[in-house]
Design a protein around this ligand. Structure first.
Ligand code: NAD
Ligand code: UDP
Length: 319
């Protein structure tokens, strides 16, 4: 990604040792922004940021953001990504996920408030639940089961959005909310349970690809470089959002699996397995707002993004 001038000198990235967060830390350092990565490694790993250790201005604070914390020195941007994100992770860590979305968001808003920094919440298309509006605009309120298994994530993010808006109104924090759609790319964990890394791992091992249900459900997958560019464009703007960031190219999950089989040249077949409870049927962002106000749109097509991700997994097969 080309480095451009930025309005920030020092940023805090919570969840910076995770998949998206680690790419965001790199992109900020590329723009000469110092970065404090705050992470408890519950789903991330020091390995994701080891390559940044020697970069000037990069520091890591191992900390659970659900516990209060302070950051010494100046901060002018806070990017709040800390949260388990894969369904397998948040189902394994239900209370931690809720604590992170609620207490963790409050504590991180306090950091932004103390420093007078702009605060950006990484929210999710999951706030739309199993959507009854398609594609999803930011004006859609969503269709979430508040007591279903996915609610620990969906409701944590919905609460985090409400808290972010409240902190803007009550404390005068300069806030923004980005709603990310399914993002994929290098540094996803091979066993994190999400569709893209699971299918790539299975295809490269010559194992059947485990497609849930009949595979007719859809997702719109975004390559991580596009997601990072969208997050930084929103951070650099004066928009409060929420703003959808996602690639509107919509695929059924069976199509996604078949594409990965083709791109890997794998002999694997698709195996249809049970569909999880409350698994959303469709997902596609309306990105009119991001296009119009941020001049953002995805640049990496699905095949190209999958190729890059497959190449990375060939060299990093995971545990
Ligand atoms: P990830 O699991 O790879 O990264 C999350 C990071 O947050 C991990 O490093 C984890 O250790 C850290 N973390 C979690 N709880 C924490 C806590 N209490 N204190 C400190 N650190 C904590 O997930 P990801 O895919 O990189 O997602 C990053 C963010 O983007 C999440 O907030 C997620 O909800 C959001 N998001 C991601 C996607 C996607 O498809 N990847 C889509 C929508 C939204
Ligand atoms: N999925 C699948 N096989 C897997 C993992 C996921 O068919 O091994 C399906 C899952 O049921 C969902 C879609 O792929 O319909 C996307 O799942 P993912 O966990 O990647 O993202 P999310 O459900 O959060 O959108």
């Amino acid at each position: 990604m080309a480095a451009t001038a930025t309005p920030w000198r020092r940023a805090v990235v919570t969840g910076g040792a995770g998949f998206v967060g680690s790419h965001l830390c790199s992109a900020l350092l590329d723009r000469d922004v110092e970065v404090v990565c705050v992470d408890d490694y519950c789903t991330g790993s020091a390995r994701n940021v080891d390559h940044l250790a020697e970069r000037p201005g990069f520091t890591v604070l191992r900390h659970d953001v659900a516990e209060p914390y302070r950051i010494d020195g100046p901060v002018d941007l806070v990017l709040h990504l800390a949260s388990p994100a894969s369904p397998a992770d948040y189902l394994r860590l239900p209370v931690h996920t809720l604590d992170t979305g609620s207490l963790g968001t409050r504590n991180t808003l306090m950091v932004a408030r103390e420093h007078g920094a702009r605060f950006l919440l990484a929210s999710t298309s999951e706030v739309y639940g199993d959507p009854l509006q398609h594609p999803q605009t930011e004006r859609y309120w969503g269709n979430v089961n508040p007591v279903g298994p996915r609610s620990v994530y969906d409701e944590a993010k919905r609460f985090a959005e409400a808290l972010t808006i409240a902190a803007g109104a009550a404390w005068g924090v300069d806030t923004a909310i980005v709603r990310l759609f399914n993002t994929y790319g290098p540094r996803m964990r091979a066993h994190d349970g999400r569709a893209v890394p699971t299918f790539i791992r299975q295809a490269l091992a010559g194992e059947p690809l485990t497609v849930t249900g009949d595979g007719d459900q859809t997702r719109s997958i975004t390559y991580v470089d596009d997601t990072v560019r969208g997050i930084l464009a929103l951070a650099a703007s004066d928009l409060a959002g929420p703003v959808n960031i996602g690639n509107p190219t919509e695929l059924t999950i069976a199509e996604l699996a078949q594409r990965i089989v083709t791109l890997t040249g794998s002999p694997s077949e698709l195996r249809f397995v049970a569909r999880p409870t409350d698994d959303p049927m469709v997902r596609r962002p309306d990105i009119t707002l991001a296009r119009g106000k941020l001049q953002w749109e995805p640049e990496v097509g699905v095949d190209e993004g999958l190729r890059r991700t497959i190449d990375w997994f060939r060299g990093n097969p995971g545990d």
